[in-house]
Ligand binder design. Structure first.
Ligand code: FAD
Length: 324
């Protein structure tokens, strides 16, 4: 199976999730990477290190901005010269737009939000959680070209590996003037924590509805800070506008696998669990002894988070000072 992975470049680096996806694709079939934007050529070796046989580089300033139309044109024009069985995207707001637009041009089907994909005797089969994550479904394609987007955190790149046999090819892409008509006026980054940094974090302190108020979320941020980790939240806090979506862990947020996950006032519903159950050590603080999270955590603390968190933060800070 010949697979093309769109490897998203932003601020001079390639996205962690798309490098992880490329590594997976290279294990499933023959994987090529498509990297674009000014300076893309310098990044090509990183894609090659994840197993890309060929890295197609469109080092073109017209592809600098994270706007979908020029990227759709570029990928479409590249796919006219090289035939792929599948085109994969690591899920981001930009890649979702690109995948949708490209699917329409190529008359290809898209499977969204896959967790994994495999080659079963020449047939690509994706897997995806469905019905509130209670079942794992297999998803196939009926179109000749198969497009798919994969959940954040689904795969990890191997940052130790070096580029093996590969070729880097400069490609000229056609971009229509109409596709260049959109301008980006401003950009706001969810500075507190991006889904990408959450996916890579080795310590995460996550707050849930048990915090009671938006102000109490500072206890979570403080402990995360003291532990040099990242703060995160359960979905209701995002829905309530207490925290940006980039901080959400779970089925519709990020999938994380830190060494330490401290869940504060989080009940541990299936949709949250899915995003964090692969953490190495899970500590849960909850007032309710029968909270579902106590059934799968490593350390259960039955207590009020708003009392425990400030004390814990103070201990961690004191120890950091003592240790110099
Ligand atoms: C399609 C779908 C997708 C979803 N996606 C996600 C997702 O990506 N991420 C996600 O998180 N959720 C998701 N959800 C929602 C999910 O089902 C739960 O509703 C949510 O995870 C609950 O968040 P919570 O644990 O913070 O709140 P609750 O379930 O209300 O739990 C709060 C917990 O805090 C405890 N508590 C109360 N006061 C204190 C205190 N003072 N100290 C300590 N503990 C206290 C309570 O005992 C309780 O266990 C999704 C739901 C659906 C239907």
């Amino acid at each position: 199976v010949r697979i093309l992975v769109y490897v998203e470049a932003r601020n001079g680096t390639l996205s962690w999730d798309s490098l992880g996806l490329l590594r997976r694709a290279a294990a499933v079939g023959e994987a090529d990477a498509f990297v674009c934007g000014a300076g893309a050529r310098e990044l090509a070796a990183h894609a090659a290190a994840q197993g890309a046989a060929r890295v197609a580089v469109a080092d073109d300033t017209r592809l600098d901005e994270p706007l979908p139309q020029p990227h759709i044109d570029a990928l479409y024009s590249y796919c006219q010269s090289t035939r792929y069985d599948a085109i994969f995207f690591a899920s981001t707001v930009l890649s979702a737009d690109i995948a949708g637009g490209l699917a329409a041009r190529l008359e290809a089907g898209v499977n969204w939000d896959l967790q994994d994909v495999e080659d079963r005797s020449g047939e690509l089969i994706g897997s995806r959680l469905a019905l509130g994550d209670s079942v794992l479904v297999e998803a196939g394609w009926t179109t000749a070209i198969r497009l798919a987007s994969f959940r954040p955190g689904a795969f990890e790149p191997d940052m130790e590996s070096a580029a093996a046999n590969h070729e880097i090819v400069d490609v000229d892409v056609e971009i229509s003037p109409a596709s260049m008509a959109t301008r980006r006026l401003s950009f706001e980054d969810g500075k507190a924590a991006t889904s990408v940094s959450l996916a890579k974090a080795s310590v995460i302190v996550a707050g849930g509805r048990g915090l009671g108020t938006k102000e109490n979320l500072r206890f979570v941020r403080d402990l995360a800070d003291a532990l040099h980790g990242h703060p995160a939240v359960s979905m209701p806090l995002v829905s309530a506008g207490w925290a940006p979506y980039a901080m959400q862990v779970g089925q519709t947020g990020s999938v994380v696998r830190p060494r330490l996950y401290i869940a504060c006032g989080i009940s541990g519903q299936m949709q949250h669990k899915i995003g964090m159950e692969r953490s190495e050590t899970i500590v849960a603080i909850n007032t309710d002894e029968s909270a579902p999270i106590f059934r799968f955590c490593d350390l259960a603390v039955v207590a009020d988070v708003n009392e425990v968190l400030p004390k814990l933060t103070a201990i961690v800070r004191d120890r950091a000072v003592a240790e110099g």
